[in-house]
Write a protein that binds this ligand. Structure first.
Ligand code: ATP
Length: 278
């Protein structure tokens, strides 16, 4: 007996499948000698949450700084490869141009201005937008973060979690299409981590903002992400849909397990990257 094999055609690509941001085979070098990114490629798709995961020193923050155009201040540069945003090559575009075009980086350590009020920090977020209806937009931020509205003092007096919320609120004021977040869970209690990740998901679902999320907390990140990349030693070693990564035995062992010592993905044969580099 022969079995009929049903042909299932791939669904046509929708706008949501398109990459808003693509980095292709990017190398980053510091001080002309230290090669930190060794040819990485990834996509942040329109309307999706993309997670970039990896241990300390893998090169995650460097990736975000390269995209945002912030390497020069650290004597770093993209020495090879391209960054494409919304179909345009922005590899060497200036940082402020990228903010105006809708790419906003929420930095590790939050980068809020401690001796300014919460409102003034939020106003700063809109500085690239002369058309902003600043006060009305601040009210929209307060709808996401009611706790910030209750606090009247200087930003420096906010708790770690509130500072993280303010940093995200300031990003909202720039009306970005893509928010890149560097370790939003850093230094927060488990309860606050949950709250902050819930807000990131809402920004994505309710405001349609695409998110590129850098995290060491793989468990939380994969729960809200659509797609994930895992990075080690300046290279992507694995990528896939978030639910697939959560089921992957090696990912479970290395990143989702309870406190086991983390081994290197590079030693695991199944982690050899499937994609071919350019
Ligand atoms: P973490 O979670 O610790 O921030 P990460 O994955 O974000 O880790 P990066 O901060 O991107 O890692 O750093 C990757 C590597 O690049 C590290 O070995 C780091 O020492 C090196 N590096 C980062 N910035 C510079 C710099 N300005 N000059 C020289 N080396 C740097």
């Amino acid at each position: 007996m022969t079995l009929a094999v049903e042909q299932v055609a791939d669904p046509p690509p929708t706008e949501a499948d398109e990459a808003l941001l693509s980095i292709n085979n990017v190398e980053v070098i510091f001080n002309d000698v230290i090669l930190v990114l060794r040819g990485i490629s990834l996509d942040a798709r329109k309307g999706k949450v993309t997670a970039l995961l990896g241990a300390n020193g893998a090169g995650k923050s460097t990736t975000l700084k390269a995209i945002a155009g912030l390497l020069l201040t650290e004597d770093g540069e993209i020495s090879r490869g391209t960054v494409t945003y919304d179909g345009r090559d922005v590899t060497y575009a200036a940082a402020d141009r990228k903010v105006r075009d809708g790419i906003f980086l929420v930095m590790e350590g939050r980068g809020i201005i401690q001796d300014m009020t919460i409102r003034d920090n939020l106003r700063l977020g809109a500085f690239t937008r002369p058309d902003a209806r600043v006060e009305a937009e601040i009210e929209q931020v307060y709808r996401f973060f009611p706790r910030l509205k209750e606090r009247t003092g200087l930003a420096g007096y906010l708790s770690g979690g509130e500072q993280q919320m303010l940093a995200i609120g300031r990003a909202m004021m720039a009306k970005p299409r893509l928010i890149m977040m560097d370790e939003p869970s850093m230094g927060l209690s488990p309860l606050l981590v949950k709250e902050v990740f819930g807000i990131i998901r809402r920004l994505n679902r309710e405001l349609g903002i695409s998110i590129l999320l850098v995290e060491q907390n793989a468990n939380m990140a994969l729960k809200i992400a659509d797609y994930g990349y895992i990075m080690e030693n300046g290279k992507i070693v694995l990528d896939g849909p978030a639910e697939e990564l959560m089921r992957n035995e090696d990912v479970k062992e290395f990143y989702l397990g309870g406190g086991e010592e983390r081994r290197s993905f590079l030693n695991v044969k199944s982690f050899r990257r499937r994609k071919r580099w350019l």
